[in-house]
Write a protein that binds this ligand. Structure first.
Ligand code: FEO
Length: 396
């Protein structure tokens, strides 16, 4: 499949309907994904990004149906991660001298990944490449989300090729934001932001302000994953500004892992306590062992506060909560209150450990979460309810 986006620009990527795990097992892709590659035909011909390694052969064969590869004058590698650069070795076997435009970091990473001495041309923010009626302008986007990331602006079509930024892991042959289900689209866009881009939020804000200050016309944002934004493309830019600014909704999320449901009962009693204070707040409960970790992270990102609960096991906490807390350390969520609770049989370390980990993630800790022996009795349930009240009152 390929399709024309404008007279000059053709999508030549790959929709990956089967993908269910990305970045190893770090990211769930329940709706698949796509690797978007773009062919620009002006007086010169330019290829922007390629596809993931397993699709390299198929990609090069289909590209040959679209164009004689020898007609490609330049390749732009906006990001060297192999979901976009994976087809380069095969492609460059056919056109070995084609210049590859990338950032200095991109060159380093490509060389360390593929160990090939290709014809690299290093570019930085503001550098341009005239290809006839169009000029391509490069904008480095360091750490969004790798040190090499960059975007490319095409003036004649007013398209920003944004690479990973503004993308979503979302397979759809409709390919444009105005054609797909809006709930699915924004669910995938916020999941992508929460799980991949949150650590770089300050950079996101600065980069967007820098690009907006140029007041460039914008017909499309052509991402490297998922659909292309063509209907009011600025809407996703403004969403990113919101998400990057210590985002929260009126939601409290309770995450727990439980052996014999004592911690689960505690979670439910805490939820009742929260609701007794504020019946407008959305409270969501997740058993960490039974729920996709990236979906939980997305819910935590949307929350103004969250609680973690775990049984004590072997003087520690259960592994599903442990894994999520490890993710939270790196993500650096801002503007969130957090608390812990748990149950135990004899040693009872879970609450202390959870609190330490929440503090380590630089969350605003509400201390003194309940720790209940074995199964909560009436008093234990009341203690949890009361802690839910205390937690909810922090937001008044
Ligand atoms: Fe889609 Fe960072 O690669």
């Amino acid at each position: 499949m390929s399709f024309k986006m404008t007279d000059k620009v053709t999508w030549v990527g790959k929709i990956d309907w089967e993908l269910r795990r990305f970045h190893g097992d770090e990211y769930s892709t329940d709706r698949g994904s796509s690797y978007n590659s773009y062919l620009i035909r002006d007086e010169k011909t330019v290829l922007i990004d390629t596809v993931w390694l397993p699709f390299a052969e198929e990609y090069v064969e289909k590209l040959k149906e679209e164009i004689d590869l020898k007609e490609i004058d330049y390749i732009i590698v906006q990001h060297s991660e192999i979901d976009h650069s994976g087809a380069l070795p095969l492609l460059l076997k056919e056109i070995p001298d084609t210049p590859i435009y990338c950032t200095p970091n991109g060159k380093k990473i490509l060389q360390s990944t593929f160990h090939e001495d290709w014809n690299f041309v290093e570019v930085k923010t503001g550098d341009t490449l005239n290809i006839g009626e169009s000029t391509l302008t490069f904008v480095e986007a360091r750490m969004l989300h790798w040190p090499d990331s960059m975007m490319t602006y095409m003036d004649s079509e007013a398209i920003l090729f944004s690479n990973d930024a503004f993308g979503q892991h979302y397979a759809s042959d409709l390919m444009y934001n105005d054609l797909v289900d809006q709930c699915e689209l924004f669910e995938e866009a916020i999941k992508y932001y929460a799980n991949i881009l949150t650590p770089f939020s300050a950079l996101v804000t600065n980069k967007i302000k820098e690009v907006l200050s140029l007041e460039l016309p914008l017909n499309m944002i052509a991402t490297s994953h998922g659909i292309i934004w063509r209907d009011n493309p600025a809407q996703i830019v403004h969403k990113y500004l919101e998400w990057a600014d210590a985002y929260q909704e009126n939601q409290i999320t309770i995450v727990y892992d439980t052996m014999w449901n004592a911690t689960k009962r505690m979670a439910e009693a805490i939820s009742d306590g929260i609701k007794s204070v504020d019946d407008t707040v959305t409270v969501k409960l997740y058993n960490a062992a039974h729920t996709d970790k990236n979906d939980i992270i997305t819910q935590l990102f949307k929350s103004k506060g969250f609680l973690f609960g775990s049984s004590t096991v072997n003087k520690g906490i259960m592994n599903a909560t442990g894994g999520l807390l490890e993710m939270l350390q790196g993500l650096g969520f801002k503007n969130k209150k957090a608390a812990a609770f748990g149950s135990y049989g004899w040693s009872g370390e879970s609450v202390k450990i959870l609190e330490e980990k929440l503090k380590g993630a630089k969350l605003d800790l509400v201390e003194g979460g309940p720790l209940v022996l074995w199964n909560p009795d009436k008093d234990g349930i009341k203690e949890c309810f009361d802690f839910g009240v205390k937690f909810a009152e922090q937001f008044k």
